[in-house]
Design a protein. Structure first.
Lengths: 103, 100
């Protein structure tokens, strides 16, 4: 899996029937060590209800379609988890303020 | 999935039997504003009736086979939706008809 940040939304009403009403989010892939952009912009289906600015875990390829009810959907990238905390050898790399407060 | 702009179409008469009737689009990957990236073009199967100038959502790998048109076809990239808008932080970055 890879880390990414939700940066927006894609609206596309004309779509293949097998896509259903799947929510489509714009994501920027990130390097987990620095949270700096790594690679380009992608569009991902979302089964978590992630909001703009949240750090998320994405699964790609055929494995990604094991999430939700995406088995027959033409999607190759899916947001499968919202990250509450990311830590490395030097400590916490990422912990959003509001989530940290409730954890 | 990636965002791509349709540049044109490809036509073939001699092709794999599973490609009969499939419409082929030549596309280039674009950024969130619909501006082409400095990358090569690719050919994708059209499953949504897209045309030149449209920004489409392209599914790759085995996901490209999860449409009625491509279920049994030897293809690895399919246009699965026509993008209306791309927005970020409350700002519309791309809108259909706005940047062609």
């Amino acid at each position: 899996m890879i880390l990414g940040k939700v940066i927006g939304t894609v609206v596309a009403d004309a779509r293949v029937s097998t896509m259903g009403g799947q929510l489509l989010r714009l994501v920027q892939l990130l390097d987990g060590r620095t949270l700096e952009p790594q690679g380009g912009i992608h569009v991902a289906a979302d089964v978590t209800g992630a909001g703009d600015g949240e750090l998320v875990m994405l699964s790609s390829g055929a494995s990604a379609r094991k999430a939700g009810n995406l088995r027959d959907a033409p999607v190759d990238l899916v947001i499968i988890a919202i990250i509450d905390e990311l830590a490395g050898a030097a400590g916490v790399i990422y912990r959003p303020a509001q989530r940290g407060a409730t954890a | 999935m990636i965002l791509c702009k349709v540049l044109g179409t490809a036509v073939s008469t001699r092709k794999d039997a599973q490609l009969q009737g499939a419409k082929m689009l030549m596309v280039v990957e674009v950024d969130a504003r619909g501006e082409p990236l400095a990358k090569g073009t690719m050919i994708v199967i059209d499953a949504v009736g897209a045309g030149r100038g449209d920004v489409v959502l392209v599914a790759t790998g085995s996901a490209a086979n999860n449409t009625p048109q491509t279920a049994h076809a030897p293809v690895d990239a399919t246009a699965v939706a026509i993008v209306d808008t791309v927005s970020s932080g409350g700002q519309v970055l791309y809108s259909v008809g706005g940047s062609i």
